[in-house]
Design a protein around this ligand. Structure first.
Ligand code: KG4
Ligand code: ZN
Length: 347
């Protein structure tokens, strides 16, 4: 039910291979979140094919929209603003969601708000953790991004760490692929690691000189791929399941070390005792539990989104949109999709 004071935001997310539309009340309360995933289509190709992704967004978006309204049991007239991801992401995919939002805004005269996808991931924590308020440290780990951020307020951020090469989820997917797992390989690699034996392998922990909060995964990735190729060469191009599990475990250990130490160190340096993880990789229980335990050991409160809000979804875009709405930060119709939209410090 909507009272006069309630603010309803309709969120639209189509930056990669998920067509998602959600209605969120007052930034925190999800009335509906309908997502059409294209994973089954793209796994045939071993990764997301941009042209196929945008064509499928076009096919799905109206159905997803109608479903989101009917599940929330509201009419479009009840919506206060339309929030839409305008970057970063695949340009053809972004354009479908953004054009849909603009069309809807013109037809209904409801204002629209362009949202940076990465800011959306941060907001995913507001949905699950209704008591979470800035300031806090956000660790964003997804297929496209790895960032360590001081969330100063709902609309202001300072970025302390970014990856110099691969994103964390990208490294997961690439190693998983070499080990023979289907796209997206992150969850399958996590499962394999559960049966791994510690100490069978020793992989590097990437560091960037003089940038203690930045990340690098290309060295780890090359090292692990070399190890796998060497094993295969010696074994008639095969690798047994236990070895796969052992490699998965040591790979995950290296990732965990890179994320946990930096996050705890930044939290201590800035004297901020709240940490929130987000992004697709935050669905990983080994990573989540390791960070949570280290937070507990250091008297830091730990937050993470419900698993359904870890990977791409429109509820997080609607939540981020709410905090723009209350500051009256509306976008104009000439806003363009930006595949390489930067995530930068915001005052
Ligand atoms: O946030 P997201 O849905 O899309 C981007 O914005 O990139 O993240 C997708 C990424 C993929 O790389 C996927 O393999 C990874 O999140 N991922 C995981 C797990 N679940 C999803 N990585 C490791 N362990 C998981 N359980
Ligand atoms: Zn994402």
């Amino acid at each position: 039910m909507k009272t006069n004071k309630d603010i309803l935001i309709l969120g639209i997310e189509s930056s990669c291979d998920e067509t998602s539309i959600s209605i969120v009340k007052n930034g925190r309360d999800v009335l509906s979140n309908v997502t059409n995933s294209q994973i089954d289509i793209h796994k045939l190709y071993g990764g997301v094919v941009p042209e196929i992704a945008s064509r499928n967004h076009i096919i799905n978006i109206d159905f997803v929209y109608q479903n989101a309204l009917s599940k929330a049991n509201i009419s479009i007239k009840d919506i206060n603003a339309i929030a839409v991801t305008y970057g970063p992401g695949l340009i053809g995919s972004l354009l479908v969601g953004l054009s849909f939002a603009k069309g809807l805004s013109i037809a209904t005269k409801i204002p629209f708000i362009g949202i940076n996808h990465i800011e959306g991931h941060i907001a995913s924590n507001y949905i699950t953790n209704t008591d979470l308020q800035p300031p806090f440290i956000a660790l964003i780990v997804s297929g496209g991004h790895t960032n360590l951020v001081h969330v100063i307020n709902y609309n202001s951020f300072k970025i302390y760490g970014s990856t110099h090469d691969d994103a964390c989820g990208e490294a997961y997917d690439k190693i998983a692929r070499v080990l023979g797992f289907e796209y997206p390989g992150g969850p399958k690699l996590e499962k394999a690691a559960l049966n791994g034996i510690n100490g069978k392998f020793s992989f590097p922990r990437g560091e960037i000189k003089n940038s203690p909060y930045d990340f690098t995964y290309s060295g780890l990735k090359s090292h692990v791929i070399n190890v796998i190729h060497n094993i295969k060469q010696k074994n008639n191009y095969s690798i047994d399941n236990q070895t796969i599990n052992d490699i998965a475990l040591e790979f995950e250990n290296s990732i965990i070390d890179s994320l946990v130490n930096r996050t705890i160190n930044l939290s201590k340096e800035l004297n901020i005792n709240k940490v929130a993880i987000c992004g697709g990789v935050s669905a990983n229980n080994a990573i989540k539990n390791s960070l949570k335990n280290e937070c507990l050991n250091n008297n830091i409160s730990f937050f993470s989104p419900d698993i359904k809000y870890c990977t791409d979804n429109a509820a997080m875009i609607a939540s981020a949109g709410y905090y723009e709405y209350i500051n009256e930060n509306f976008s104009s119709l000439d806003l363009n999709a930006d595949a390489n939209l930067e995530f930068k410090d915001k005052e």
